[in-house]
Design a protein around this ligand. Structure first.
Ligand SMILES: Cc1cc2nc3c(=O)[nH]c(=O)nc-3n(C[C@H](O)[C@H](O)[C@H](O)COP(=O)(O)OP(=O)(O)OC[C@H]3O[C@@H](n4cnc5c(N)ncnc54)[C@H](O)[C@@H]3O)c2cc1C
Length: 498
């Protein structure tokens, strides 16, 4: 992979198989993907696998100008956050959990610079992995900004500016330009004191007082990283309920466990003013409408993300955006223009990397005349805090609101042998199943490694399994997955180990 750091390896993109030179710097492709995040790069690979002459354009660069495909997820999202979550969890374990195992870790210290350098290395490995995959699958990669220059169905024109300047024509275009962090009104990001996700993943020294606006996935994960490293973390959330999208039983347990860890979470907050000097002062009203203020050394703002369409020149070809700025698509990711598709964070639906990837695969397959399929009801949600939180399908409150008769069963990790041996018995696994048919309607879990365990619930739901199916399947002993089986048994009130 060493040659991928050599600009010559990517600047002069080879002609794709079946690609045809139309002019000095003009090339024609069956599929051009704009954006090389998890949606775009996976769409490009699948399209190439299906035999299409495929190009992928991505503008993300390393500090020294090299291409860094992988988008938000690889560069400033999923991957670096998980690297820092792991590093900070290792520190937390060494400081607080090792002693119980008879291991004394005295004189522990944190070298933030080394921790960040490791995170950067993990990111770079992923960037290089994607460049390697492009080569392996004969996807032509262009490093630069792609925008619509004109054209018509059958031959859309895409202009690339930047390192690999060129003009392409494409039969099919997949827009996968992702999203950007949303700023608080009146408090723009400076990534010194007011941080977006990029800044939150690169704080050079541990802030004493860290404020986080937004108790969603990103706010909780970033707050956890810096709390474990020693910051006093206060999370300010506008909504009155904690983790409103999660099953209530799960959200309640999470709130209890986070409070125990020392994460201060205030709900129902309305921020009235943010002032920046040497520190950040936040004035707000709390849930009982009392005026309050807090001063932080850094403030992370994680209040959601907005679609990223700047630079795309959508208006040039009349590509429709919806009222919130997302590229407007139908259920199958078709835009209003024939042969132009859009996927991932830039379109409606959950802003998750695996949703973007699956839409990318489905669109490539639809272009090939196949029947790609993405079911949002079986897209798993994971929060990589400690303990982890994961769910798929319907919550109890959704089922109640829809008037669906269901049965629920849960099983605590305190009664799981592997969890006891690991020394982490926090949380539980829970199933909800249709009262009549027993078909699994949702799985909700909080506890050790539930980010992995949730896959069993997703598979079960995709196969239309009943809770009895899971209950009858042999699970290894001792394993955390036995808690999944026991939760399925609990639906029928016949757990074996509690
Ligand atoms: C801190 C954080 C943690 C996260 N953790 C998780 C997680 O654990 N699991 C999960 O599923 N999701 C996670 N997400 C969300 C996830 O990152 C996104 O859902 C995912 O990256 C969306 O993929 P995408 O391909 O649609 O867009 P993106 O990843 O945003 O990629 C879009 C790419 O297109 C490029 N681009 C934009 N416009 C142009 C143009 N005109 N020309 C060329 N290139 C262009 C962008 O620079 C970028 O490289 C996290 C997000 C953040 C911020």
């Amino acid at each position: 992979m060493a040659d991928l750091d050599d600009p010559a390896a990517w600047r002069v993109a080879p002609l794709p198989p079946g690609g045809e030179r139309l002019g000095a710097a003009q090339r024609h492709f069956d599929v051009v993907v704009i954006g090389g995040g998890p949606g775009g790069y996976i769409a490009a690979i699948r399209a190439a696998q299906l035999g299409f002459a495929t190009a992928c354009i991505d503008d993300w660069s390393t500090a020294d100008g090299k291409p860094a495909p992988g988008g938000t997820c690889t560069n400033v999202g999923c991957i670096p956050s998980k690297a820092l979550l792991q590093s900070s969890e290792n520190y937390e374990q060494a400081g607080h959990a090792f002693a119980e195992h008879g291991i004394d870790a005295k004189g522990l210290s944190v070298d933030v610079a080394r921790m960040l350098a490791r995170k950067d290395k993990v990111v770079r490995q992923n960037n290089e992995g994607i460049l390697y995959l492009f080569k392996k699958n004969k996807v032509t990669f262009f490093h630069g900004m792609g925008s619509f220059a004109g054209g018509a169905p059958g031959a859309w024109e895409i202009e690339i500016t930047g390192a690999s300047a060129a003009m392409l024509t494409a039969k099919n275009v997949i827009v996968a330009t992702g999203s950007k962090p949303r700023a608080l009104p009146g408090a723009p990001f400076d990534n010194k004191l007011i941080l977006d996700n990029d800044g939150a993943l690169a704080i050079a020294s541990i802030p004493k007082r860290l404020g986080v606006v937004g108790a969603g996935v990103i706010g909780l994960e970033m707050g956890s990283v810096w709390r474990r490293l020693g910051s006093e973390v206060t999370i300010l959330e506008a909504l009155p309920a904690f983790l409103g999208a999660a099953d209530e039983q799960l959200a309640k347990e999470a709130a209890k466990l986070f409070a125990k860890q020392g994460l201060a979470i205030e709900l129902g907050v309305k921020i009235t003013k943010v002032e920046v000097a040497k520190t950040v002062s936040v004035a707000y009203t709390d849930a009982s409408e009392q005026s309050k203020s807090a001063t932080f050394d850094k403030l992370i703002v994680a209040i959601g993300r907005v679609p990223h369409t700047a630079g795309l020149n959508a208006a040039k070809v009349g590509l429709s955006l919806d009222e919130r700025g997302f590229v407007a698509v139908d259920d199958e990711c078709r835009t209003n223009l024939a042969g132009v598709w859009a996927i991932g964070d830039v379109v409606r639906g959950p802003m998750l990397a695996h949703k973007a990837e699956d839409e990318g695969v489905a669109v490539a397959e639809r272009i090939a005349g196949q029947h790609g399929h993405v079911d949002f009801n079986t897209v798993p949600w994971v929060i990589y805090t400690s303990p982890e939180i994961a769910w798929v399908g319907q919550t109890e409150q959704q089922l109640k609101a829809a008037g669906v008769a269901y049965r629920a069963g849960s099983f605590p990790f305190t009664a799981n042998g592997r969890a006891r041996a690991m020394g982490d018995t926090r949380g539980f696994v829970k199933f909800v199943a249709d009262a009549k048919t027993d078909r699994i309607l949702g799985m909700h879990a909080i506890g050790p490694m539930v980010s992995e365990l949730i896959a069993e619930g997703v598979v079960a739901m995709e196969f239309g399994a009943s809770s009895e199916d899971i209950a009858r399947i042999c699970h290894a002993h001792p394993s955390l997955s036995e808690a999944v089986r026991e939760a399925a048994l609990a639906v029928d009130k016949r757990t074996l180990n509690i």
